[in-house]
Design a protein around this ligand. Structure first.
Ligand SMILES: [Zn+2]
Length: 116
């Protein structure tokens, strides 16, 4: 069943063709820390920007391997796009931007991005 991620002001809406996750990745790297990201990985093809493509900006840092997509109006980052280990497109959904998700009930998997 699909779900929707959206930015704070509502300009950007992203349809995710996947079931709502029960687990999420939290990471201690400088970027995830600063934004408080709570992430779920999905195939790149599962993500469709249903509105607000023109409001989206892209932030890159470090190796510039990942496009961190955020709303230029409100600054919220609903998702990012990159490639998996096998080179196929993948996306990370910021579950803080998915109203249906109960963040306290998610099983958190901690990722030590700071040590990479
Ligand atoms: Zn916005």
């Amino acid at each position: 069943m699909a779900y929707e991620a959206r930015c704070h002001c509502g300009a950007v809406r992203v349809t995710v063709d996947a079931d709502l996750p029960e687990k999420a990745v939290t990471c201690n790297c400088s970027h995830c820390r600063a934004k408080g990201l709570v992430l779920a990985a999905v195939p790149g093809s599962a993500v469709k920007v249903s509105s607000g493509e023109d409001a989206l900006s892209t932030y890159q840092f470090n190796r510039h391997a990942i496009d961190h997509r955020f709303c230029a109006e409100c600054g919220t980052q609903p998702f990012s796009q990159g490639k998996g280990r096998d080179g196929s497109p993948m996306a990370m959904i910021n579950l803080r931007c998915v109203p249906q998700v109960d963040l306290d009930k998610l099983e958190k998997m901690e990722f030590d991005g700071a040590s990479l």
